[in-house]
Design a protein around this ligand. Structure first.
Ligand SMILES: Nc1ncnc2c1ncn2[C@@H]1O[C@H](COP(=O)(O)OP(=O)(O)OP(=O)(O)O)[C@@H](O)[C@H]1O
Length: 225
């Protein structure tokens, strides 16, 4: 068995009086797709945010590739997020003023890549996600399913080692949701990226290799299925 690429151990996180996570454990290996499931308010998004280094746990550790992410200062943690992780959220979070190709090129432009090179690479990813035809359109001019595929292209374009997807199909009908999931998981398998997928839909979780259940908003236990 290969070592986990990313692992949370004994993670505790409270928001004021609400204990969102209380000793949660989960891990993901390179190339593995893990679904995080559980009822509303059980702590799934908090788990994802702790694993991604977006928020720091109150106790417990998050290890990424031999480094303690949960002990890293803000600056290196945000650099690591930008260079090694990709994110897809429920509503795409594309920049409305930019065209779809500019949105996909954005992470590379922020990393200092020339516009022409960044857009050439963005185009290959738009084609791969089967949305090449919307390259020049703004997010407001494309369908929900197309927008989510553009968002997946943007998450993958930098070659992340881990992709965090929080209800990536939550705003789509089941046909579009399955299309997004198929393309996302195929692209991740091809590039060897790990995927952490928060969902409450069994049809979406079916695209994962393994499920982690965050149980009951009150006990906040996380178990391997
Ligand atoms: N920033 C915050 N401030 C206050 N409470 C929060 C915050 N984030 C999460 N919580 C609380 O922590 C608990 C877990 O929330 P979390 O969003 O992780 O659950 P979830 O399983 O992702 O829910 P859902 O499926 O509805 O998105 C909930 O009780 C929630 O209200």
């Amino acid at each position: 068995m290969t070592q986990p690429l990313l692992a949370a151990t004994g993670v505790v996180k409270s928001f004021g009086p609400t204990k969102a996570l209380d000793g949660a454990n989960m891990s993901v290996r390179a190339g593995e797709v893990v679904a995080v499931m559980g009822p509303s308010g059980s702590g799934k998004s908090t788990m994802l945010h702790c694993l991604a280094g977006i928020i720091q746990p109150d106790a417990g550790t998050v290890m990424y590739d031999g480094k303690e992410l949960s002990a890293m200062p803000d600056q290196p943690r945000s650099t690591l997020r930008r260079t090694e992780f990709g994110f897809v959220f429920q509503f795409g979070q594309l920049v409305p003023e930019l065209s779809c190709i500019e949105n996909v090129a954005l992470p590379m432009r922020l990393g200092g890549m020339k516009r022409r090179d960044a857009e050439a690479k963005a185009r290959t990813w738009l084609d791969r996600l089967e949305v090449g035809e919307v390259a020049a359109k703004r997010p407001g001019e494309v369908s929900g399913g197309q927008g989510q595929r553009v968002a997946v292209a943007r998450a993958l374009v930098t070659g992340p080692r881990v992709i965090f997807a929080d209800e990536p199909t939550g705003a789509l009908d089941s046909l579009n949701g399955e299309h997004v999931m198929r393309l996302l998981t195929e692209a991740a398998k091809d590039t060897g990226a790990a995927v952490i997928l928060v969902t409450h839909e069994p049809r979406v979780a079916a695209y994962s290799d393994r499920e982690v259940i965050v149980r009951d908003g009150h006990t906040r236990q996380v178990e391997f299925a």
